[in-house]
Design a protein around this ligand. Structure first.
Ligand code: SF4
Length: 202
């Protein structure tokens, strides 16, 4: 029997947890009932493997937490928590990120959630005035976003660097940015994936 993994080029997308399970989102922040369907559809159509990252916030603050910004999460205990998760995660991914013999390399991309203080890639929740939804009147209920990388993503990349592994391409989808246009999500995701992996293997 032919090993179709080799034919497909061993392409793996490392996804922030909540793209496959919106039940880990903070209060009032889930956009979909289960998985983020456009993301799931595109991954299946492009023939890509999926590795689901852990959700750092659900284990730390539980399912009923309010949205917090990076100033609220950037504490020694939360950084430790993210570092521990990152070590266990990279243990599972190390074989995909080591330089291998020519022609045997896995191809990996990491996809985060822009706007998340934990899983953002270039955008995180950022404000010194935000107190979560009960005190959010001054924000008109809109979660504040600014530049930066989320704490879990930072620790995850530090662990990859610490082990001197290959740094995978990384990008985020704006699922934690208030004015995201969900209708354009699938097209944007497909185009970002093709920039990394090229056209799907027939
Ligand atoms: S963005 Fe990260 S921390 Fe936030 S719900 Fe998703 S997986 Fe959890």
């Amino acid at each position: 029997m032919t090993d179709t993994r080799m034919a497909g080029g061993r392409k793996i997308v490392v996804l922030a947890h909540c793209m496959l399970n919106q039940n880990t989102k903070p209060d009032r922040r889930a956009r979909f009932a289960g998985a983020v369907q456009p993301v799931l559809d595109v991954l299946a159509e492009e023939g890509l493997g999926i590795f689901q990252l852990p959700c750092p916030e659900i284990g730390f603050a539980g399912p009923w937490r309010f949205s917090q910004v990076i100033q609220q999460y950037d504490t020694p205990r939360y950084r430790d928590h993210c570092r521990n998760l990152a070590v266990g995660t990279v243990d599972q991914l190390e074989h995909c990120l080591r330089p291998m013999d020519e022609g045997e390399d896995y191809r990996v991309a990491v996809v985060g959630v822009e706007g998340s203080p934990s899983c953002g890639i270039t955008k995180v929740g950022r404000s010194t005035a935000w107190r979560g939804f009960p005190g959010a009147v001054a924000f008109d209920g809109r979660y504040p976003v600014g530049d930066g990388m989320g704490i879990f993503m930072r620790e995850f990349h530090r662990e990859i660097e610490r082990r001197q592994l290959r740094t995978p391409p990384v990008f985020g989808l704006g699922l934690d940015i208030p004015d995201l246009d969900v209708a354009t999500l699938a097209a944007e995701f497909r185009s970002r994936l093709r920039a990394v992996f090229g056209e799907p293997t027939p």
